[in-house]
Design a protein around this ligand. Structure first.
Ligand code: NI
Length: 412
C-alpha cells in the first residue's frame, strides 16, 4: 500500500516535470514567434502626393519603396531570393503598376493607386506570408488650374486678384466672370457674341463668328493705342470685322476707353511690352516689362492680354519661356512706317496677302489707319474673313501655347 503510494508520487512528479517542460517550450515558441513577427521585414509601396500646374508636363509618377527589417532575409531558398533582391525589383517597378487617369490639361485631384500583379499577390499570401509583411499606400495627384482657384462663385488668380470680364477654363469647362468677378449663367452677349451658360456656370453654347472653310486673315496693329485707334475701331465695328491690337503699356494707360471698346467689339488685346523694350537685350527681368503692360491693360478691362508680340520681333528661348503667354510674330510686314502712304500700303497688302496670314501694321500712324480703312472692306469683298489671331489659330485647329511663337496659320 505504502509502496504503491510512493510509486504514484514518483509518477506524479514526472508528470509535473514534463508539464513544466512543455509549458516552457510553448512559451519559448511563442516568444520566438513574437520576435520573428516583430523583426519580420516590412515593405511599404507608397505613392507620394504630388501636384503640377495645368498644362505642364507630368512628372514621373512612381511609388517609393520603404523597408523596415533585415534585407538579408531569405524569401526563396532555392533561388536565394532575398528581401534585398525583392526591393531592387520593386524599385525597378517589377511586380506592380501605377494606375491613374491624370489629364494634365484638366485641373482637379486625381487618385493614384498601386496595382499588385497576380503572381506577386499569390507569393505574398502563400510562401512569403510568414517571411515578409507587405503593404501599399495609394496617393493623390493634383493638377492645379493654371490661372488660380475657385472661391465660391468667383475665381481667384494666383496673383491674388479676381478674374473680371473674362473667360476661365477649369475642370474641362469654360466659365465667364462678369465686371464684378461673379460667374455668369444663362444667355449672355459677350464681345458681340451670344453665349449660353448652364446653371452651374459651364458654357453650353458660343456663337461662331468664323467659318473655318472660308479664307481668313488676322490684321494686327502694334504700338498703340493712339489718337487714330478709335477711327479704326469704328470701321471694324461697322463691317463686323475684328483685329488684334498689340499695345504698349505706356499708351494703354492713356486710352482705357479705347481698350474697353476694342474688347466690346470682339477685337483681341495683345501685349507689346510697357515701353517697346527689346526683351532679349533687356538687363532687367523681361517679365517686368511684360507685366507692367499687362497691368496697364488690366486697368482698362480687368484682365491682361492673352498674346504677346515682342517688340522688333526680338525673342529668344528665355523670353518665350518667361512671357507666360504665346508670342505672335507676323507673316506679312506692310512696312507702313516706311511707305507712309495709305494707297501704297493697302496695294502692297492686296498684292501679297493670302489665307492664314498675320499682317503687321501700326495704328499710331494716320496713313496706316487710312490704309486699314481701305483694306477692311476690300478684303471682305474678296471673300476674306477678318479675324483675331486667336480665332485664326482656333479655326486652323491650333491651340496657342505659352513658350511658343507663331508666324502664320496657313491651311494645310
Ligand atoms: Ni512695335
Amino acid at each position: 500500500m505504502i509502496n504503491r503510494e510512493i510509486g504514484n508520487l514518483e509518477y506524479r512528479r514526472k508528470l509535473v516535470k514534463a508539464g513544466v517542460v512543455i509549458v516552457f517550450m510553448g512559451i519559448l515558441f511563442c516568444l520566438a514567434r513574437a520576435i520573428h513577427n516583430k523583426y519580420m521585414p516590412m515593405i511599404t509601396l507608397k505613392v507620394e502626393n504630388q501636384s503640377v500646374m495645368q498644362g505642364e508636363e507630368l512628372p514621373a509618377i512612381q511609388a517609393s519603396v520603404l523597408c523596415k527589417g533585415n534585407p538579408a532575409t531569405i524569401l526563396d531558398r532555392q533561388s536565394n531570393y532575398t528581401v534585398e533582391k525583392f526591393l531592387d525589383d520593386l524599385k525597378a517597378e517589377k511586380g506592380y503598376r501605377i494606375q491613374h487617369e491624370i489629364n494634365p490639361e484638366v485641373d482637379g485631384v486625381y487618385a493614384v493607386s498601386v496595382i499588385v500583379d497576380k503572381k506577386l499577390k499569390e507569393k505574398l499570401q502563400g510562401d512569403w506570408h510568414r517571411k515578409v509583411k507587405f503593404q501599399v499606400q495609394d496617393g493623390t495627384f493634383e493638377v492645379q488650374n493654371q490661372y488660380g482657384e475657385w472661391e465660391k462663385d468667383k475665381f481667384k488668380k494666383w496673383d491674388g486678384t479676381y478674374v473680371i470680364s473674362d473667360f476661365v477654363k477649369s475642370k474641362g469647362s469654360i466659365y465667364y466672370f462678369d465686371k464684378e468677378g461673379k460667374m455668369v449663367t444663362g444667355e449672355q452677349m459677350i464681345r458681340k457674341r451670344k453665349y449660353v451658360f448652364r446653371k452651374n456656370g459651364t458654357m453650353e453654347y458660343a456663337e461662331k463668328k468664323v467659318d473655318p472653310q472660308k479664307p481668313m486673315i488676322a490684321l494686327t496693329f502694334d504700338d498703340g493705342p493712339g489718337k487714330y485707334t478709335d477711327t479704326l475701331l469704328a470701321t471694324l465695328d461697322s463691317y463686323d470685322a475684328r483685329a488684334t491690337f498689340f499695345m504698349l503699356g505706356a499708351n494703354a494707360a492713356k486710352y482705357p476707353e479705347t481698350i474697353e471698346r476694342m474688347e466690346a467689339i470682339g477685337c483681341e488685346l495683345g501685349n507689346h511690352s510697357m515701353n517697346h523694350a527689346n526683351l532679349v537685350k533687356l538687363i532687367l527681368p523681361e517679365y517686368a516689362e511684360i507685366d507692367a503692360a499687362q497691368a496697364a491693360i488690366s486697368q482698362a478691362v480687368g484682365h491682361g492680354a492673352d498674346v504677346l508680340r515682342p517688340p522688333y520681333g526680338s525673342v529668344d528661348g528665355k523670353v518665350l519661356g518667361e512671357a507666360g503667354i504665346p508670342s505672335i510674330m507676323w507673316s506679312l510686314d506692310t512696312k507702313d512706317w516706311k511707305r507712309k502712304d495709305a494707297v501704297k500700303i493697302s496695294e502692297y497688302v492686296l498684292n501679297y496677302v493670302s489665307d492664314g496670314d498675320i499682317v503687321l501694321m501700326h495704328d499710331i500712324h494716320g496713313f496706316s489707319v487710312d490704309a486699314a480703312n481701305i483694306l477692311i472692306p476690300t478684303l471682305l469683298e474678296r471673300g476674306y474673313q477678318l479675324v483675331t489671331v486667336s480665332e485664326l489659330a482656333e479655326a486652323r485647329g491650333i491651340e496657342l501655347e505659352k513658350g511658343e511663337k507663331y508666324f502664320h496659320f496657313y491651311a494645310n
